[in-house]
Design a protein around this ligand. Structure first.
Ligand code: APR
Ligand code: PHB
Length: 389
């Protein structure tokens, strides 16, 4: 088998990159470990920056997003029993769109199928080879036999646990990691959202987030201990805790119901440099992870895709490799800005076990400044709607 760009990983990063390259006549093959259903069963965040929605439209897969996505001109922060609003539209002229990652992935798979583009599910033992030569290839098990895919380039879009990052020699990799002493318990419920915008709450009992997927599908999160499991959080306890962590006027209008999904995710910041090694380019979670507080995971995968796809188009159409040479530095420059924002939002909104009285006062003062200072609100809004690519 041979292709121009071999893509490991059929998640949002891999599929969006593949669609954009296809639209410029560049051949791709996507190698995905899981089944299509498994990939589409993942529940992930759903707040898209304007850069992401523009990229989806550029890829020709923005139609359902434009029809069903919910435009949010602002978001609310809650602390000390009250809420205040960050008006994205007024402060930045831009907004975010609420549209689940599952739907993004579904739209991208449908576009790939419509173009009859090769996507192999159930691949195992995927291994990038000869990435430091001009003739890289991938070996993998599929259909009960060992396969080889020769290519010009490999895009490692295989998430945090995939093989691509490990294909960069360990001595050449610099990895930065920060773990947080808590997790997020998340539930989905077929109930109307408590508000028409997101509410991020800092409370003495810990963080809570009120989000949504559509007018009858709500997404809620509460900060929980890393030692917790979903079994420790029966629905009644989730709803009770959520009501205790949001202002009273929000709790009073909260519509509860049975959870249709419940999971716990730890919070972590991670960056791997470089994001390129020879003909291998890392994209998305394969290279970096952010805590979900700033809703930047999917959006940072999109900015990587933006840089890589344009660099590959310049290579194939203009025989110009400047974009490929600068990919890692360009992507990392923006990644660190989103890491900073995600770290800052996490420190702003969570209660830390080792938080001193001083730390707590500084945190509450930060929220107070945000509640009354337009410049501070604008800085938050600029990062939330998405820094320029
Ligand atoms: N071989 C083939 N595919 C693999 C392998 C492997 N060895 N390991 C992982 N994969 C696949 C996974 O099954 C997954 O479908 O790679 C894909 C990676 O997708 P994501 O983990 O969704 O990462 P990415 O596409 O970068 O999107 C980032 O997804 O996880 C969220 O929070 C994250 O919102 C962010 C977004
Ligand atoms: C979500 O809706 O899942 C969501 C929204 C905003 C975040 C994180 C998750 O910051």
């Amino acid at each position: 088998m041979r292709t121009q760009v071999a893509i490991i990983g059929g998640g949002p990063a891999g599929l969006l990159l593949a669609q954009l390259l296809h639209n410029h006549g560049i051949e791709t093959v996507v190698l995905e470990r899981r089944t299509r259903d498994y990939v589409l069963s993942r529940i992930r965040a759903g707040v898209l920056e304007t850069g992401f929605t523009d990229l989806m439209r550029e890829a020709g897969v923005g139609e359902r997003l434009d029809r069903e996505g919910i435009v949010h001109d602002g978001a609310k922060l809650a602390y000390q029993g009250g809420t205040f609003r960050i008006d994205f539209e007024r402060l930045t002229g831009r907004h975010v769109t609420v549209y689940g990652q599952t739907e993004v992935t579904r739209d991208l798979y449908q576009a790939r199928d419509a173009a009859s583009l090769p996507t192999l599910h159930g691949c195992s033992g995927v291994k990038p080879r000869d990435i430091d030569t001009g003739s890289p290839f991938i070996t993998f098990l599929h259909g009960g036999k060992m396969n080889r895919l020769d290519c010009d380039f490999i895009a490692g879009c295989d998430g945090f646990h995939g093989p691509s990052r490990q294909a960069i020699p360990e001595k050449a990799r610099t990895e930065h990691e920060k773990t947080y002493p808590f997790g997020w318990l998340g539930i989905l419920s077929e109930t109307p959202p408590v508000d028409d915008e997101l509410i991020y709450a800092n409370s003495p009992r810990g963080f809570a987030l009120c989000s949504m997927r559509n007018p009858n599908l709500s997404r809620y999160y509460v900060q929980c201990a890393l030692s917790d499991s979903p079994e420790d959080w029966p629905d009644d306890k989730v709803w009770d805790e959520l009501k205790r962590r949001v202002p009273e006027e929000v709790a009073e209008r909260l519509v509860t119901g049975p959870s249709i999904e419940k999971s716990i995710a730890p919070l972590r910041s991670f960056v791997c440099a470089p994001m390129r090694w020879g003909r291998l380019f890392l994209c998305g979670d394969a290279a970096h992870i952010v805590p979900p507080t700033g809703a930047k995971g999917l959006n940072t995968a999109a900015s990587d895709v933006h840089y890589l796809y344009r660099a590959l188009v310049r290579h194939y159409h203009d025989r110009d490799d400047d974009g490929l040479e600068r990919y890692s530095d360009t992507a990392l420059a923006r990644i660190w800005k989103t890491q900073r924002f995600s770290w800052w939002m996490t420190n702003l909104l969570h209660r830390f076990p080792d938080q001193s009285g001083f730390d707590l006062h500084v945190q509450q003062a930060e929220l107070a400044v945000l509640s009354e200072n337009e410049a501070a609100q604008t800085a938050l809004a600029e990062s939330y709607v998405g820094l320029p690519y």
